[in-house]
Design a protein around this ligand. Structure first.
Ligand SMILES: *[C@@H]1O[C@H](CO)[C@@H](O)[C@H](O)[C@H]1NC(C)=O
Length: 269
């Protein structure tokens, strides 16, 4: 086989079977995550949808359901008891964060004492955000950003001096405020619907598989084919930018086939 043919085979292979994408099927480097995703048959209750492939252990999934879990010593009941219909959304949010192997496209490096990576701007499905807000709007809290600013003097988070306990609906006037501000932009509010393949679902029925697998693939592809610098110089449509690497591949293959004798011809002279 000439060098030209070898090149063609390599090109074809890389087009059909891309090498492992570092943005897909990964666990972030944080406090409780496994280093690699894998099956976890014993995941607890609300975390069980991830049991076929998870970044959390059974222990983490069980702790995620506790009021004063040893995961972060975080206290949901900082302004009186959080009603169960609201708390279940925070449990689901914890399950997604700890267990999902599909958040790669939104992993961000951080300089923090307790984790090296976080998630930033995960596009949450409209229903997930709106149901979360609806079920929590009468719950009470004293803070908008739950990542920082607490009084940790007792080992758990308490409302800082001077803050007032108010209904969620005052602290977070719209669903978007809740989903984006509570964890300092870990989530991005979207108008994409569940099942669209364009937003991450906190809640899903595992009988149909994990819907977030294709979502991560889509955004990983989008990130690769239109990196930020490219968007700023060419205000092209998604489709046009996405077609670029393919056009290059196809053209290169054509050139190699059309060249008299291929590249291999030169070597056999
Ligand atoms: C998880 O592991 C920790 C440390 O080994 C232990 O203290 C805790 O009880 C475990 N939690 C559950 C729910 O099994």
């Amino acid at each position: 086989m000439g060098a030209g043919q070898v090149l063609l085979v390599l090109l074809a292979t890389s087009a059909v079977m891309p090498s492992k994408d570092p943005l897909l099927n990964v666990c972030m480097d944080a406090k409780h995550h496994k280093t690699q995703p894998g099956p976890e048959g014993m995941l607890h209750a609300q975390c069980s949808p991830w049991k076929d492939n998870a970044c959390c252990t059974a222990n983490t999934s069980a702790e995620a359901h506790k009021d004063q879990s040893n995961l972060y010593n975080f206290n949901w009941n900082h302004c009186g008891v959080m009603p169960p219909k609201c708390k279940r959304h925070f449990i689901q949010d914890t399950c997604l964060y700890e267990c999902s192997p599909n958040l790669g496209p939104w992993i961000d490096q951080v300089d923090s004492s307790w984790r090296r990576e976080r998630i930033l701007h995960v596009p949450l499905c409209k229903e997930d955000c709106e149901e979360w807000w609806e079920d929590c709007k009468d719950s009470v809290t004293c803070k908008e950003n739950w990542h920082k600013g607490w009084n940790w003097a007792t080992g758990t988070n308490r409302c800082p001096w001077g803050s007032m306990c108010r209904p969620f609906s005052h602290v977070f006037p719209q669903p978007k405020d809740l989903c984006e501000k509570i964890w300092s932009n870990s989530y991005r509010y979207t108008t994409e619907r569940r099942g669209s393949g364009r937003c991450i679902q906190m809640w899903f029925d595992p009988a149909q598989g994990n819907p977030n697998v294709v979502v991560a693939k889509y955004y990983a592809w989008k990130k690769r084919s239109s990196p930020a610098w490219m968007e700023s110089v060419t205000p092209a449509t998604d489709a046009a930018v996405g077609a670029l690497p393919w056009a290059v591949l196809v053209l290169l293959s054509l050139v190699l086939m059309v060249l008299p004798g291929g590249v291999g011809g030169c070597g056999s002279l």
